[in-house]
Design a protein around this ligand. Structure first.
Ligand SMILES: N[C@@H](CCC(=O)N[C@@H](CS)C(=O)NCC(=O)O)C(=O)O
Length: 213
């Protein structure tokens, strides 16, 4: 039995749940983090020393770090397109997955999403946000170029790399920021948004996170 610990509004939880649903996995989710608390209890710290979400409990085994958990599940349940068995083919997916995590998700979540949607309007630093958006868009432009010639990051079908990039894009296109013209990226997001698993796990209201700072 698979249990995911983490609130539905966490972008990392969303990536994990989306990946799991695309792999056809069923799970139970336990709310914790932010308003739900629960990350400092001895029981939670016994599952992860970091007190962060998501945590996956697979039977009695706890796993943490979203990317590592996704790779673990993909190794067990992903098909040969989503997570290839051949090491080189898998590395070609993994390179984009890794890039999406450090170059896009990390550059977007704190520097852009937190500083805009999560920050009260009167506390926002428009110049800093614009500079941070520009930095993310320098990276997103690379995906835009690739996606001009194919439907997904690594070809014509969804892979684990799309999970790591795509889960960020709902908020990127939804929040109130000036955006660069990235037509292939926009079309890609529109394509993801037709996927029921993406709708259920990523296109989730983040109203509970607004104006926290
Ligand atoms: N590198 C970790 C980051 C985990 C992380 O920072 N999770 C955030 C939510 S996205 C968290 O635990 N926040 C505290 C909270 O929700 O209370 C991962 O990818 O799993």
């Amino acid at each position: 039995m698979l249990t995911v610990y983490g609130r539905a509004t966490s972008s990392n939880v969303q990536a994990l749940l989306w990946g799991m649903e695309e792999m056809g996995l069923t799970y139970t989710r336990v709310d914790c983090g932010e308003v739900y608390g629960g990350l400092d209890t001895p029981e939670f710290r016994a599952m992860t020393p970091h007190g962060r979400i998501p945590v996956l409990l697979d039977g009695d085994t706890a796993l943490w770090e979203t990317a590592a958990v996704l790779r673990y599940l993909a190794g067990l349940y992903g098909d040969a397109v989503f997570w290839p068995r051949d090491p080189l083919a898998r590395a070609r997916v993994d390179m984009w997955a890794e890039w999406a995590k450090y170059a896009v998700a990390a550059a977007f979540t704190g520097p852009v999403f937190w500083r805009s949607a999560r920050t009260r309007r009167e506390n926002r630093d428009a110049d800093l946000i614009a500079a941070n958006v520009a930095a993310v868009e320098r990276e997103l432009a690379k995906a835009d170029e690739v996606l001009a010639g194919q439907d997904y990051l690594c070809g014509e079908a969804l892979t684990l790399a799309d999970i790591q990039l795509g889960h960020v894009l709902y908020r990127y296109f939804d929040i109130d920021i000036p955006r660069a013209e990235l037509p292939a990226l926009r079309a890609y997001h529109d394509r993801l948004a037709t996927r029921p698993a993406y709708q259920r796990t990523v296109m989730v209201s983040y109203d509970a996170l607004r104006n926290t700072f």
